[in-house]
Design a protein around this ligand. Structure first.
Ligand SMILES: NC(=O)c1ccc[n+]([C@@H]2O[C@H](COP(=O)([O-])OP(=O)(O)OC[C@H]3O[C@@H](n4cnc5c(N)ncnc54)[C@H](OP(=O)(O)O)[C@@H]3O)[C@@H](O)[C@H]2O)c1
Length: 310
């Protein structure tokens, strides 16, 4: 575990994942981060969760671990539900006992994609695949529990580390001559680092209010808790994201031979799991409640490509 004992203990799960890795770095500014690996904390095992909760005694649990293999989940629903639904329910029960707060990440895939404009938090949900249903069950478990909780629904996460679309595109663009990318699914890419910064901001703000007013953490957090949409700014398609990322590399490396990109339809790229055609998230609530807005997606893609190419 990454650890230093102090009062502001933050238990981060999924530290080897894209979001968890960024959280470990960024949350060090607001507390003492404990980030057990899967060998110490296995989210399919409720007893393992309870044991680590007892050992760490956190003020905050930031649950970035998840079953994220969207297509594979279609054939492994039990495992997806154990990690994405049972584990958040156990965290909710355990944190409620000690007055801690849970931060959890959910997904744009809780929606069916039939809305024409961006989704707000109160829009009807309707997941199209097992992954979306398992993540929705995690949200429901937290809402039904007594613990103060913040569920950040995010979308199309990428970063300089981990398995993600932007890294795959940069690799394929160097290896192949021509890429065919889906251009009729609409959403917003979210940089894992921006998600981590937003999380630190929310934790820091709640801790400050609690300290300034001599109130308990849950007293301050409960009136604000619930679901928040938290994605990058703007909108694009997978095709738009691939084109932008490859153009950034080309600008940095004018002599590089990179693949051309062709726009195709979802029907031309069948996958085991169905995806929403529109999963844009309206992040106004996050801005109004916490004064936080993520940069436009193009700006963040440029930063990440710069990091990867440099
Ligand atoms: N990626 C996206 O595009 C996207 C979009 C919307 C929402 N989200 C949500 O954002 C959050 C973070 O996603 P991410 O992209 O950072 O995921 P990720 O890179 O796939 O990382 C998943 C993490 O979960 C851990 N994990 C999986 N099963 C576990 C288990 N049984 N016990 C303990 N740890 C386990 C993994 O550990 P190992 O390394 O040991 O496997 C890894 O650290 C998740 O809640 C995800 O649903 C992601």
């Amino acid at each position: 575990m990454t650890s230093q004992l102090s009062s502001g203990r933050i238990l981060v799960t999924g530290g080897s994942g894209q979001v968890g890795e960024a959280l470990i770095r960024v949350l060090a500014s607001v507390g003492d981060v404990f980030a057990p690996g899967r060998d110490e904390l296995d989210l399919t095992d409720a007893d393992s969760i309870r044991r680590v909760m007892r050992e760490v005694g956190p003020r905050w649990v930031v649950n970035a671990a998840a079953y994220t293999a969207v297509d594979k989940a279609e054939s492994e629903p039990e495992l997806a539900f154990a990690i994405n639904a049972m584990a958040p329910a156990v965290f909710a029960a355990e944190t409620a006992k000690i007055g801690a707060v849970v931060v959890h990440f959910s997904t744009d895939y809780v929606f069916d994609g039939s809305k024409v404009t961006a989704y707000v938090e109160s829009d009807p949900i309707g997941p199209l695949n097992v992954y979306g249903r398992s993540k929705l069950a995690g949200e429901v478990a937290l809402s039904a529990g007594e613990a103060a909780h913040f569920v950040f629904r995010t979308s199309w996460v990428y970063g300089a580390t981990g398995k993600n679309f932007v890294r795959s595109m940069l690799k394929f663009a160097r290896e192949q001559e021509h890429l065919r990318i889906v251009s009729d699914q609409h959403g917003t890419p979210t940089w894992s680092f921006e998600l981590a910064k937003m999380t630190a901001h929310v934790i820091g703000q709640i801790e400050r209010v609690a300290a300034q007013n001599g109130r308990s953490l849950s007293e301050v957090a409960l009136p604000l808790n619930g679901i928040y949409h938290a994605s990058g700014g703007g909108a694009t398609t997978w095709y738009g994201l691939a084109v932008q990322a490859i153009a950034e590399v080309q600008q940095l490396e004018p002599r590089a031979r990179l693949a051309t990109v062709e726009a195709i339809s979802t029907a031309e790229y069948p996958t085991p799991a169905k995806r929403p055609m529109n999963s844009l998230l309206d992040c106004t609530k996050l801005e109004q409640m916490f004064g936080w807005r993520m940069p436009e997606w193009q700006e963040s893609v440029a930063r990440v490509v710069g990091e990867l190419a440099g």
